[in-house]
Design a protein around this ligand. Structure first.
Ligand code: ZN
Length: 242
């Protein structure tokens, strides 16, 4: 049941979680799940070209815009639990402090589900670095011998990579489609908050439409209009074939 689930989302930049999993996040929240979003950077250096192009910008001025945008988007999705880590992007420096922080965060929230970047984004080294970091930390988090004071180890959680921007040329193969029809309007409202990446909004509307087509075709359910796709890091385990 969705309402019993704890979901933890690691987003390398300010808007990644919205484009790629905003509908799923909003749907889980609508249905009573406990969802926490970690915005690791505001994407000032790597994903704010629309703002830099206006001219007369500084790192701090761009960051302020991005911070407001992602806060408004999170609100539109219904996200109540959000952490802004405010790291520098392009590149994100994966040092021991960040390794420890991700591990502690996983143990703190004890998620049933983690959503983050999938293993290969051909045009974004930060996404790949965060994929690797989150996967590695999740493995460490499940190990009793990795001791963190006052924080219990986790049980094996489900981990999903969301769809990269350049799907085919990044070799992304989805194996989960989530119907987001009920939450689609919230996703569009959240996407509309990002002035710095306005060009992506139509792209991700079309992507939700396309994935909705796949979801209908594969399920036979004609009610599915819009969907998001994910790649499970691990094979599905269940008591019957699903
Ligand atoms: Zn990104």
């Amino acid at each position: 049941m969705i309402k019993d689930k704890k979901m933890l989302v690691f987003s390398a930049h300010a808007a990644d979680y919205v484009w790629r999993s905003g509908g799923t996040i909003a749907k889980y929240i609508e249905n009573g799940a406990d969802v926490t979003v970690i915005v690791m950077t505001f994407g000032v250096r790597g994903e704010s070209n629309g703002i830099w192009k206006k001219g007369n910008q500084t790192y701090e001025s761009v960051k302020e815009v991005r911070k407001k945008e992602t806060a408004a988007a999170a609100e539109a999705l219904g996200v109540k639990n959000i952490e802004y880590w405010d790291l520098v992007d392009y590149p994100i420096n994966i040092d021991q402090d960040l390794e420890d922080r991700v591990l502690h965060t996983i143990r703190k929230y004890q998620p049933d589900i983690i959503i983050t970047h999938d293993k290969n984004d051909i045009l974004n080294p930060d996404h790949n670095a965060i994929h690797e970091l989150v996967w590695r930390s999740s493995i460490l988090s499940n190990s009793d011998g990795v001791i963190t004071e006052g924080m219990p180890t986790t049980k094996q959680m489900k981990i999903f990579g969301f769809e990269p921007h350049q799907t085919e040329i990044s070799g992304f193969v989805p194996n989960q489609f989530i119907d987001i029809t009920s939450a689609y309007d919230k996703k569009v409202a959240a996407m509309n908050c990002f002035e710095g990446q306005h060009h992506l909004i139509e792209y991700y509307k079309q992507r939700a439409f396309l994935r909705g087509n796949h979801a209908r075709r594969l399920s036979g359910n004609k009610e599915y209009k819009y969907a998001e796709s994910f790649a499970s890091f691990y094979p599905v385990v269940s008591e019957e074939l699903v």
